[in-house]
Design a protein around this ligand. Structure first.
Ligand code: GDP
Length: 347
């Protein structure tokens, strides 16, 4: 007699490790790409990253810092390479961080910005669909506070949230707004799991020197070490909602762990001027009269300026349980101390 209590199928082994998740990241050599690769690796993901060009100058340094990342040569303007990248990586999660990401540069290169920052996301979404991953892969689109534009009529006292009006003030902001809407359109049209993160400025030790925070932390460190005697900047009155990039990549990941795709603002809910950043950065090296070390140069001013950005992260905090470890003074300190170490002789 067969044992009627015996199971007729083999029960799954509850102690077996969950299969390793796979993530594909565009813009992996950028600031957020580095933080996200590190974070996903710590969570046990197999991480794939797109890298551009025949001999990308950043490749060697990147491989030394992130030996666990599988690099795939592809380009956001080249549809075939993107399809191949999806097929190679077989992703559970796709993070589209690749973009021409500097506002000043976008004024000088508006068409390139439209092609990469704007249309690049369409190419990637299509690649996911064509490769047969529309249902399997979850997709994160890196949207930005630059889509809001900071104009008076459009500035809510409590900060911009997911319902605020858009009025981008740069070719970068305009391209990102197209990217934001095409990402939402793929969610609505094809039922894809596509979430967008509307991230306010986020900085840190990996920030490029072309951004004002890193330009300042680097110069302050150089002044401290006697390597330069002043810094040249554009307008100092603009205010930004500056957070720490390491905190923001956790928010990106949380968005893809939800039951439903959605749009989320990530911000600190505080806004500070460049003058305030300068004051804290110079205080870090014991200098109070920071104005003696700063010269204004029109070269660094923009054809249209975003005067103030302030975000309201309450939805992300409530729904995602998103929290931040680094506050504004902590961010300035972290960046200046990092650059002092980096520039010190025999570091
Ligand atoms: P953005 O908010 O994405 O444009 O980030 P940035 O760090 O490039 O610029 C932040 C603010 O700093 C903007 O209002 C710039 O106009 C202002 N700013 C003033 N001087 C400089 C400078 O020398 N370089 C940069 N990048 N921005 C500057």
């Amino acid at each position: 007699m067969p044992d009627s209590t015996a199971p007729d199928t083999i029960a799954p082994d509850a102690t077996a490790p969950a299969p390793q998740k796979r993530a594909l990241i565009t813009g992996i050599t950028g600031q957020d790409g580095g933080h996200l690769a590190e974070f996903l690796n710590s969570k046990g993901y197999e991480v794939y990253g797109l890298i551009r060009g025949q001999r990308n100058a950043r490749k060697e340094a990147f491989e030394a810092e992130f030996p666990y990342v599988h690099l795939i040569e592809a380009d956001l303007t080249d549809q075939t390479s993107l399809i191949q990248a999806v097929l190679t990586s077989q992703p559970d999660e796709v993070y589209n961080l690749g973009a021409i990401s500097h506002v000043g540069y976008s004024f000088r290169n508006p068409q390139l910005t439209a092609d990469i920052t704007g249309k690049g996301v369409l190419n990637l979404l299509e690649a996911v669909r064509i490769a047969g991953f529309a249902e399997k892969a979850r997709f994160y689109q890196a949207s930005t506070s630059e889509m809001f534009g900071g104009l008076d009529y459009n500035r809510p006292g409590a900060g911009y949230n997911e319902e605020s009006l858009f009025h981008p003030r740069s070719p970068y902001g305009v391209a990102k707004l197209y990217a934001h809407w095409i990402a939402r359109n793929y969610r609505e049209s094809y039922g894809m799991f596509v979430s967008t993160g509307i991230l306010f400025n986020h900085e840190g030790e990996r920030r490029g020197l072309e951004f004002v925070t890193r330009k300042i932390s680097n110069a302050v460190a150089a002044i401290h070490l006697g390597l330069q005697d002043h810094i040249e900047l554009g307008d100092l009155y603009p205010k930004r909602d500056w957070g720490y990039a390491g905190d923001y990549v956790k928010g990106m990941w949380l968005m893809l762990q939800q039951d439903e795709p959605d749009d989320f603002v990530l911000a600190t809910g505080e806004t500070h001027s460049i003058e305030e950043f300068l004051q804290l950065a110079f205080a870090e090296i014991g200098i109070d009269n920071w104005k003696n070390y700063v010269r204004q140069n029109p070269e660094f001013m923009r054809p249209a300026e975003v005067d103030i950005l302030l975000g309201d992260p309450s939805k992300a905090e409530r729904v995602l349980g998103w929290t931040r470890d680094v506050d504004f003074p902590g961010l300035v300190k972290l960046m200046v101390q990092h650059d002092i170490k980096l520039l010190s002789p025999g570091k």
